[in-house]
Ligand binder design. Sequence first.
Ligand code: KE4
Length: 429
Amino acid sequence: MDVTQSKSLYERATKSIPGGVNSPVRACKSVGTCPLFIDRADGCFIFDADGNRFIDYIGSWGPMILGHRHPAVVDAITAALERGTSFGAPTDLEIRLAEMVIDAVPSVEIVRMVNSGTEAAMSAIRLARGVTGRDLVIKFDGCYHGHADTLLVAAGSGVATLGIPGSPGVPEDIAHHTLSLPYNDIEAVQQVMDEMGDQVACIIIEPVAGNMGLVPPGEGYLQALRDLTQKHGSVLVFDEVMTGFRVAYGGAQSLYNISPDLSCFGKVIGGGLPVGAYGGKKELMSQIAPEGGVYQAGTLSGNPLAMAAGIATLEQLQQPGFYEDLATKSDDLVAGLAEVAKHAGIAAQVDHVGSMIGIFFTDRLVANFEDAKTCDLDRFTAFYQGMREHGIYIAPSQFEALFLSAAHADEHIDATIDAARQVFESFSA
Ligand code: KE4
């Protein structure tokens, strides 16, 4: 496949942008290929600078649940554009989107718009610390909540050992306020909460993990976290930036019937424009400035174009049968991929929650990040490269999820399965 233009653009980009990209995963470092520079997208397709067409399973890392350039979203942004681009003042549009989020997610009574998932998670943690007067935060290995210092923390040497900086530039004394525990291990959380629960401001979790590959919560795991946080007066934060309005209109919390104290959103609620949000109980959210003392602000928060895109997207998601159709197509894709892998004698775990899809090259179930790291990463790299050569655009990392959109039709799913069949057969050739 000719990627001459992408290579040339990448070389030029590296002279003006760190690593040639504005977000690290886009550099395709872990799969040893040149990043594709994208010219345009439409429906389920994305087109690179060389004119190559791909069936897109990244979907801008989740936002494009309707597919690219959905007419309703394009029209909404165009109409908003006629009124201006940014005012730095409240508009009716942000009330409308806030009301839609509140109507969709019963645990959210009040919601604040921000500009990214990072801001949403960072702000939710500041609020949890502010209302509890506690500093300690518990997160989980393999979960990603954006790049705020408090969350770029790796697990300490022992389960109850305070965190260590997960990146240069994160001060030790910041990292020491975060504990990172194994996902799906409720005993580890129980041990820490027994020892220091009265110091824990919050537990933040991806209710369905998508940043270590797709890892669903074990039976009863989320409820156990809800019980433990209730018992110790800690705030339970569901990071639904990826799962919100993706796995269900009410998010993962509606699938697992858990009511967290705070929830973070992003991606889908922006319809492809920069939006994040955090929200929850009124008694907590009323502590946010200017109503309360916990400070958080943003020049472009509630931007009218982004609000219009989010509103138009959620209006489409409310259509009867939307999620059922997406789940059926996801079932078909997962079953097809599993079948062709098995037929080729390839050890693979293929799963989905709603239209979040995961594939691990291993013969064992993956329940946490340690498991995920034992998968055959070389095989994933070969899979990524092979699928790209066959016109299928998936995340360039084993530790990401694939996303299906309403624009993916059966013919696209069949083509994807056939491409995987050819790639898997090439493994054993
Ligand atoms: P942003 O700051 O990138 O908008 O959101 C951070 C974030 C928070 N919480 C969850 C569960 C997330 O998945 C993310 C961001 N997701 C990654 C993909 N795994 C974004 C892609 C990227 O970093 O370029």
